[in-house]
Design a protein around this ligand. Structure first.
Ligand SMILES: NC(=O)c1ccc[n+]([C@@H]2O[C@H](COP(=O)([O-])OP(=O)(O)OC[C@H]3O[C@@H](n4cnc5c(N)ncnc54)[C@H](O)[C@@H]3O)[C@@H](O)[C@H]2O)c1
Length: 459
C-alpha cells in the first residue's frame, strides 16, 4: 500500500515520517517548493523532538520522498491523507477551508487509480460530505475515489509518540472496505491494543473539535477561578491540586496561567462556534465564547501585573523567557507569550526575548523586539522578567541562580511553575497568575492604589 500525505506542516510531516517508520512507502506533497526541497534533503523546517531523526532515516532509506506534483501523487498513491491547514479566516471565527478544498480538487483531478482520500485536518462538521461532492465532480471517469475522515490528535512536542502510539484512532467511513484499508494502515497500533472507533463522517469530524473544546474549557475553568483567587487572596495551585485529586475531574489541564494558544485550540473553538451558528445552534456552543474571553483576559492580567510591578511600562526594560505557545515546540501561532510581549511593547517597554526554539518564528511575526540566544543575555539589563513558557530550562530556575545573572529582583511567573514562597523569601518580588500580588511587596509608595485596582480580575 502506497501512502501519500498532502500538506507537510506539523501534522503532515509527522504523519508521513511515522508512516515510513511503520514500513510504508510514502510520498509527501506540499505547494511550498522551499519546504519540499528542505524535506527532500532530510531537513525539518521546524522544531519537533524526535522528528528530525525519523525524517533523515527514511529520506535516506528512500521510503520517504517529497514532491510538489499532484500528478505524481495521483498516479502513485493508494491512500491519500490530507493534512493541509485550516486557519481562522481573517476577521471571522470560521475556518478557512480553501486549502482543504484546493487539495481535494487537485487530488481528485489527478488520481488515476482506485484510491481512498483520508482527511486528517481539523474541519467543520459537514466537510467530508461536502468534499465528497467535490471529488465526484472533479475525478476522472472510471476511477473510484472514496473518502474517509480520520482526525488527528497529536500534540506538538510529542507528535511522533502520539502518532505512533495514539490514545485512540477515530475513523469516519461509509463502507467496511474503507475501514479495512485504514485498519491495514494502523495495523501496528491496533495490534498493540489502541482502540479504534469507527463511525460516520459527522461524528468523526466532531470528535476532534469536541476534544479541543473540552480541553480549552478545562484550562479556562481554572483560569476563571484564578481571577477569583487573585481577588480574594487564595492560591490557585492548591485549589487545582485539591479538585484534581477527584478522579472525575483529574489534575491535567488544570494549570492556571497565561492560557492556551497555538495553531489549534483558539481557532478550533472559534470555528466550532461559527459552524454551530450556521446550523442554527449558536446557543449550544455559546459557552465557548466565554472560554475564549477568559483565556484572552489572562494575557491582560500579565500586562496589568507588569505595569503594577514597574509603576509604568514606558521605557522599562523587560525580559521575556519563552515565547512559543508551549514548550518543546517552535510554534508561535496565537502564542499568549508573544501577544503579551507585543502588548508590553505597545505600552512603551523595550522587550528582549529569549526562547530555546521560538526566536526565529517570533522575530518574523514581531520584529520589534530584541531576540537573544541565552537567558543571561535576556535578563542582564532587565527591570522585570516574565517567564511565559514552561521550558525545562526555566522550570529549574532558582532565585540565587537568576539573581546572579541580573540586577532586578522582579519576576512574573506566567505558568505557575516557580515556588512563590521560596522566591519571595530570597528577596524576589514575584507576580503570578491566580495569586494576589502581595501588597507586602509594595506596601507603600505610588503604586499602591494602582496595585489594588489591577490585582483583581482585569476587565
Ligand atoms: N499542529 C498540530 O499540532 C495539529 C494537531 C492536530 C490537528 N491539526 C490540524 O492539522 C491541520 C494542519 O495543521 P498544521 O499545524 O500541520 O498546519 P501547517 O500550517 O503547519 O501546515 C500546513 C501545510 O499545508 C500546505 N498546503 C497548503 N495548501 C496546500 C495544498 N493545496 N496542497 C498541498 N499543501 C498545501 C502548506 O504549505 C503547509 O506546509 C490543521 O487543520 C490543524 O488544525 C494540527
Amino acid at each position: 500500500m502506497r501512502i501519500t500525505v498532502i500538506g507537510t506542516g506539523y501534522l503532515g510531516v509527522t504523519h508521513a515520517a511515522c508512516m515510513a517508520e511503520l514500513g510504508f512507502e510514502v510520498l509527501g506533497l506540499d505547494i511550498d517548493p522551499v519546504r519540499v526541497a528542505s524535506l527532500s534533503e532530510g531537513l525539518l523546517p521546524f522544531h519537533e523532538p524526535g522528528l528530525p531523526e525519523l525524517l533523515r532515516k527514511h529520506v535516506k532509506s528512500g521510503r520517504l520522498r517529497f514532491t510538489t506534483s499532484y500528478q505524481e501523487v495521483g498516479a502513485w498513491g493508494d491512500v491519500h491523507f490530507i493534512g493541509v491547514g485550516t486557519p481562522q479566516r481573517a476577521g471571522e471565527g470560521a475556518a478557512d477551508m480553501s486549502f482543504v478544498d484546493a487539495a481535494t480538487i487537485s487530488l481528485a483531478r489527478n488520481i488515476t487509480k482506485d484510491s481512498l482520500i483520508v482527511g486528517k485536518s481539523t474541519v467543520p462538521v459537514g466537510t467530508t460530505r461536502r468534499l465528497k461532492t467535490l471529488v465526484r465532480d472533479n475525478k476522472r471517469p472510471g476511477v473510484s475515489v472514496n473518502l474517509a475522515w480520520n482526525p488527528e490528535f497529536l500534540r506538538e512536542g510529542f507528535a511522533v509518540v502520539d502518532t505512533l502510539t495514539p490514545d485512540r484512532l477515530v475513523v469516519g467511513v461509509e463502507s467496511p472496505e474503507d475501514e479495512a484499508i485504514l485498519r491495514k494502515v494502523y495495523a501496528k497500533a491496533l495490534a498493540d491494543g489502541v482502540p479504534l472507533i469507527t463511525t460516520d463522517f459527522e461524528t468523526a469530524e466532531l470528535v476532534k473539535v469536541a476534544a479541543n473544546a473540552f480541553l480549552a474549557t478545562k484550562i479556562s475553568f481554572i483560569n476563571a477561578f484564578s481571577e477569583v483567587t487573585e481577588a480574594v487572596g487564595g492560591d490557585i495551585r492548591t485549589l487545582a491540586d485539591a479538585i484534581g485529586l477527584d478522579v472525575r475531574i483529574g489534575r491535567r489541564f488544570l494549570n492556571a496561567g497565561i492560557g492556551f494558544g497555538g495553531g489549534c485550540l483558539p481557532k478550533d473553538i472559534r470555528a466550532l462556534q461559527a459552524r454551530a451558528a450556521e446550523l442554527g445552534l449558536d446557543r449550544s456552543m455559546r459557552f465557548l465564547d466565554e472560554m475564549d474571553q477568559i483565556n484572552l483576559r489572562r494575557r491582560e492580567r500579565a500586562v496589568d501585573l507588569a505595569r503594577v510591578m514597574l509603576g509604568s511600562l514606558s521605557q522599562s526594560r523587560i525580559a521575556i523567557l519563552g515565547v512559543t505557545f508551549k514548550p518543546n515546540s517552535d510554534d508561535v501561532r496565537d502564542s499568549p507569550a508573544l501577544d503579551i510581549a507585543n502588548k508590553l511593547f505597545d505600552e512603551g517597554a523595550e522587550v528582549t526575548v529569549y526562547d530555546p526554539a521560538g526566536n526565529v518564528n517570533a522575530s518574523r511575526r514581531s520584529p520589534q523586539h530584541h531576540y537573544v540566544t541565552s537567558m543571561g543575555d535576556a535578563v542582564k539589563n532587565a527591570d522585570l522578567i516574565l517567564l511565559l513558557t514552561e521550558w525545562d530550562e526555566f522550570k529549574t530556575l532558582t532565585p540565587e541562580g537568576l539573581a546572579a545573572q541580573t540586577g532586578t529582583r522582579k519576576i512574573i511567573d506566567g505558568r505557575n511553575i516557580l515556588e512563590a514562597r521560596v522566591w519571595e523569601d530570597s528577596g524576589w518580588s514575584l507576580g503570578s497568575i491566580g495569586r494576589r500580588y502581595s501588597a507586602t511587596q509594595v506596601t507603600e509608595g505610588p503604586h499602591r492604589e494602582q496595585l489594588q485596582l489591577s490585582s483583581g480580575p482585569s476587565a
